[in-house]
Design a protein around this ligand. Structure first.
Ligand SMILES: Cc1ncc(COP(=O)(O)O)c(C=O)c1O
Length: 372
């Protein structure tokens, strides 16, 4: 039977050679490939500083520390995300204040942010919007609220490398942006890895120190902060610095594939297609996600035909056990709860062929012929 995987990380000879070269000729940590990768990534994203760390979660965590988030602070975010977004807030003993998403984009609803600020007042210190599936949030509205209320903004761009809003890359709008290079992402470092992007010199300096055990620039054994062992390994950076060269080409392939899916799936069964691109919003389709009331049976059907699917994510963060313990429960965020019940991720990666897409669409057609 034909087998089509949901995602497929890319690793070429050029990347392997770069890794081997770094292993043979550079220091395992703080090698020159780390600097090179940071430079390429900051250039790609259009920011002054990019700081490589060991995961996207770390990128979020260290950015929040550098922004001054402390125990007892409230940080507004969404529950329609991977749990790491909220965990980074919780690590600081700050409270993740979830607000509902827009059911059209699956991203945080700016109106919900305003309501939460009105409700919690001065306790709120920051907003962490997530560009879910590589689809940019309503950044202008979010920045406006942040400006008005004196809040920091940390963009969770862990799924959105290269996504654009008003012609500018995400991760360059807020006080900082956080990226992940986990193997399923639009680009990887062949293992865990992350990047912090910022135009803020002070944030950049603090996270550079925090990732390196809080070291000062002045002396190797003078530690300014209680820091972390959170650097990116040189060998991973050596792969990342090659991957970033191809990212735009891969993102373009994803957009082409999404267009093809959209064309073929439009009007089929009860399928709701992903939110649309516009002149303002250029997504990168980290995932291609449809919605249907028949989500679970369609997934089972497709997998019986060799088409691997995913659910991102089946349990909203506010209903995960640690967050239930702090008072969140069913019924609080209706759009998010609906989203979690209906979303289905279809295979999406740059090497998906037209024949693969044709096969997947035919399977979906077969399914709806029986269901209807
Ligand atoms: C939206 C979002 N935030 C944060 C993370 C955490 O990234 P990492 O797995 O690299 O720690 C991920 C990745 O899995 C993610 O998708």
């Amino acid at each position: 039977m034909r087998r089509i995987s949901l995602m497929e990380p890319i690793l070429t000879e050029e990347m392997i050679n770069s890794a081997v070269n770094a292993l043979k000729n550079e220091r395992f940590l703080k090698g020159k490939s780390v600097n090179e990768f940071e430079n390429y990534f900051s250039e790609f994203t259009g920011v002054n500083h990019a700081i490589a760390v060991n995961s996207g979660t770390t990128a979020l965590h260290l950015s929040l520390i550098a922004m001054g988030i402390k125990s007892g602070d409230y940080v507004i975010t969404t529950s329609a995300t991977f749990i790491a977004t909220a965990n980074a807030i919780a690590y600081l003993h700050a409270k993740p204040v979830f607000v509902d998403i827009s059911i059209d984009t699956y991203n945080i609803d700016p109106q919900g942010i305003e309501d939460a600020v009105r409700k919690h007042g001065d306790k709120v210190k920051a907003i962490v919007p997530v560009h879910l599936y590589g689809y940019p949030c309503e950044i202008d509205a979010i920045l406006e609220i942040a400006e008005k209320c004196g809040l920091k903004v940390l963009e969770d761009a862990c799924q959105a490398h290269g996504a654009m809003y008003r012609g500018q890359k995400v991760g360059s709008f807020g006080d900082a942006g956080a990226f992940s290079f986990y193997p399923s992402k639009n680009m990887t470092v062949a293992g865990d890895g992350g990047m912090i992007t910022t135009n803020n010199e002070e944030i950049a300096e603090i996270v550079r120190s925090l990732r390196d055990v809080g070291r000062s620039k002045a002396h190797q054994y003078l530690h300014e902060y209680i820091g972390y062992t959170a650097r990116m390994n040189t060998v991973n950076a050596a792969i990342g610095k090659i991957q970033v060269k191809y990212l735009e080409e891969w993102n373009e392939a994803r957009r082409r594939i999404a267009k093809e899916y959209n064309r073929k799936l439009d009007g089929m069964g009860d399928i709701i297609l992903p939110p649309k691109c516009s002149s303002k919003i250029k997504p990168v389709y980290h995932l291609y996600v449809i919605r249907t009331q028949y989500r679970d049976s369609l997934k089972e059907f497709l997998e019986s035909r060799g088409v691997e699917c995913g659910i991102h994510y089946p349990i909203p963060v506010h209903l995960q056990p640690p967050y239930r313990k702090i008072g969140y429960h069913e019924g609080m965020f209706p759009n998010t709860e609906k989203w979690a019940k209906e979303v289905l991720s279809l295979p999406m990666h740059p090497n998906l062929s037209n024949t693969d897409i044709e096969y997947i669409v035919t399977c979906i057609e077969d399914f709806f012929r029986v269901v209807k």
